[in-house]
Unconditional design. Structure first.
Length: 548
């Protein structure tokens, strides 16, 4: 039913991995829930991103929920890196198994979220006319779900078909015999280009920034390896939680500059062959903090590109030189560099000759015009803040989140932001989020949020809000830790640099998952240090949410 007015304890925005787990966890507290999801079904990013080649770059057996030992035993992944359809099947299985669709209204976007000071509650409006009053809001909106516009002139003039990797048609697209242009060489472009090249008559890749990508070495999962993992899954999950990036990677102890070139080469070689996202950056302990050390890794990858790509000019154009390895999100690929050896693939460097616009027939650059039947934009997202800001959140004293964050996001622990009581962000800016295995980050956040809501209810208080002092100290810490690394030197989406006009602030927390989790746990153990409870509106125990 849409267009209704009612009251609940918690509104959960989003039905991807984060939103679904929030439903599971908060329902167990006996709270009344209302979920909203703009897509037609569950899955979040995996519902939208259906482009050819879309698959995860964290290993399947790590990129899944750990909250249910039964679930992890019964589900069987088929490949080392699962495809988007398989991940979506998994999400649907979880939704069915735990009856998680019950409180979710699909094809409904939250259009306004306003704090009512008097009632100490949020009023939520949707594009289908729903008006709902809720004590708590959990924003499970994803870090990479607000598509970024390509900012290219003349989009409406093109006579052919325009496709976006992040809104790929569900029925699929037959690119056979067509001239296809692909704009963008981040993870989405790098995954899709090899498959598009297998179908299309010709593919022209418009590359502004070459990216570092490593071979995924994807393969079917060995039944013996699955059995082995399942026999000690619980221990493995614990090891994941205790690891810096939420995946078990040996902790490097040596500097890249303290070993001879032969030993260094051997380490990089092993990392390259491991087919893991974190292998290269974790080969030595100083690759993300020392430019000279990083250069050794970057040069190893460039040498690999020269080895794979036949044409030395194309190899050079594919070679990243304007940012240290790992400071823009690295990619895992299947045959990306080798794809440029195909006769039907052309690489166009649009940093030296920028795209000036779309024309009726294709894409015009400062140097040439390319006739195309289809243009695929793999141009990315307004990362980390875009999906939160489009919910038009207005907090205490009528202050809009958009205004509060005009100079960049400010949060306490990446979970809360002062002046927006009872509003929780799952993997918000200022938390490890996109730098770690998202599934581990999501479960840690949702568990913390559920405990916090339980605490507020127990206290009989209508609200909880981060203090400005705690938030300022956390933001300083996030910046200070980032400042010790090479990350701020890259024009990355981590920095907001991919969206014109967006403030340049390093958004995720880079201190590592274990350190971050310890801080969250100590905050909770210390009666939610850095938060204040709102004055009781009713006698103790009578807040509108069900007591736990
Ligand atoms: O987006 P991106 P994405 N003219 O921002 C280019 C996750 N993910 O969708 O670098 C020309 O990385 C832009 O160029 P530049 C993962 O975290 C995961 O690929 O700004 N080019 C860049 O090359 C990933 O990092 C998976 O100079 C333009 C590209 O478009 C994140 O999502 C799979 C342009 C955008 O790359 C985002 O990845 C997919 C313009 N006007 C995504 N505007 C896996 O799990 C933008 N570009 C494997």
């Amino acid at each position: 039913m849409t267009g209704r007015s009612r009251e609940v304890d918690v509104v959960i925005v989003g039905a991807g991995f984060a939103g679904l787990y929030a439903h599971h966890r908060l329902r167990a507290l006996g709270l009344t829930l209302q979920g909203y999801e703009s897509a037609a079904d569950v899955g979040g990013t995996w519902w939208w991103n259906r482009y050819p080649g879309a698959r995860c770059d964290v290993e399947s057996m790590d990129y899944c929920y750990s909250f249910s030992p039964e679930l992890e035993q019964e589900w069987r992944w088929s490949e080392r890196y699962a495809t988007q359809p398989e991940i979506l099947r998994y999400v649907n299985h979880v939704a069915d198994r735990f009856d998680l669709r019950r409180d979710i209204q699909f094809e409904t976007r939250v259009t306004a979220t306003t704090w009512d000071e008097q009632a100490q509650r949020w009023n939520v409006l949707t594009d289908r006319g729903d008006r709902i009053s809720t004590q708590f809001c959990v924003m499970a909106v994803g870090c990479l779900s607000a598509p970024k516009q390509p900012e290219i002139a003349g989009m409406e003039t093109f006579d052919g078909q325009i496709l976006y990797t992040n809104q790929w048609p569900h029925e699929g697209v037959d690119l056979g015999g067509l001239r296809v242009g692909v704009v963008g060489t981040g993870s989405s472009g790098i995954q899709s280009i090899p498959l598009i090249a297998e179908q299309a008559a010709h593919v022209t890749v418009f590359q502004r920034t070459p990216n570092f990508t490593m071979p995924a070495k994807n393969a079917p999962l060995d039944p013996e390896a699955i059995r082995d993992r399942k026999s000690h899954y619980r221990d493995h999950r614990q090891a994941m939680r205790e690891s810096r990036a939420g995946v078990v990677v040996p902790v490097p102890e040596q500097s890249a500059l303290q070993v001879d070139s032969k030993a260094r080469e051997a380490k990089f070689e092993a990392a390259w062959e491991s087919g893991t996202l974190y292998g290269m950056v974790a080969a030595f302990n100083d690759l993300l903090v020392d430019r000279d050390a990083n250069d050794t890794a970057a040069e190893f990858v460039r040498a690999r590109i020269r080895k794979i790509v036949d044409d030395p000019d194309v190899a050079e154009r594919l070679s990243p030189r304007n940012h240290p390895l790992g400071t823009k999100r690295p990619c895992l690929d299947s045959d990306y560099y080798a794809t440029f050896n195909r006769a039907n693939v052309t690489l166009v460097d649009v940093s030296s000759t920028p795209i000036t616009g779309l024309t009726q027939r294709g894409i015009r650059t400062a140097a040439d015009e390319y006739d195309l039947d289809v243009i695929v934009f793999a141009t990315g997202f307004d990362a980390m803040t875009g999906s939160l800001l489009r919910a038009n959140i207005v907090g205490a004293h009528g202050i809009a989140l958009r205004d509060k964050w005009a100079a960049g996001p400010r949060t306490y622990l990446g979970i809360a932001t002062a002046g927006f009581p009872n509003l929780f962000m799952v993997t918000g800016p200022g938390s490890p989020s996109v730098l770690v295995n998202m599934l581990v980050a999501i479960e840690q956040h949702v568990d913390w949020i559920a405990d916090c809501i339980g605490y507020v209810c127990e206290q009989g208080s209508p609200s909880i809000d981060a203090t400005l002092d705690a938030e300022n100290a956390w933001v300083d810490h996030v910046n200070e830790v980032a400042g010790r690394t090479l990350f701020p030197s890259a024009a990355s989406w981590y920095m907001g640099a991919n969206v014109p006009g967006k403030p340049r602030v390093f958004m995720p927390y880079i201190g590592g998952l274990p350190q971050y989790t310890r801080v969250c746990e100590s905050v909770a153990a210390d009666d939610y240090r850095g938060f204040t409870l709102g004055p009781r509106l009713h006698p103790r125990g009578q807040s509108s949410a069900v007591r736990v």
